[in-house]
Design a protein. Structure first.
Length: 86
């Protein structure tokens, strides 16, 4: 692994970790009032695109980060749809 990929992994860990508290808080409180579904959908599409790009570029750091973030953003969309009807 070269130094560029190490920087990529550092960025991947930090940006992915920054997103996880929101998922946890939403899961625990079931409060989705401050989440925008259109933003979540656009974000999800963007992350899926970054994941595809990472696969095509054969970048382990991009694949790692975006795989986790795809799951996290999908969960937030699910929570928004499930809990937003109340």
């Amino acid at each position: 692994m070269d130094s560029i990929e190490i920087i990529g992994f550092l960025a991947a860990v930090l940006t992915t970790a920054a997103f996880l508290p929101q998922v946890y808080k939403t899961w625990k409180t079931k409060d989705v009032s401050s989440l925008s579904l259109p933003m979540l959908i656009l974000f999800f599409i963007g992350i899926v695109s970054w994941l595809i790009y990472g696969v095509l570029k054969n970048s382990p750091s991009m694949i790692f980060a975006n795989s986790i973030t795809v799951i996290s953003s999908f969960l937030l969309m699910y929570f928004k749809i499930k809990y937003g009807k109340n």
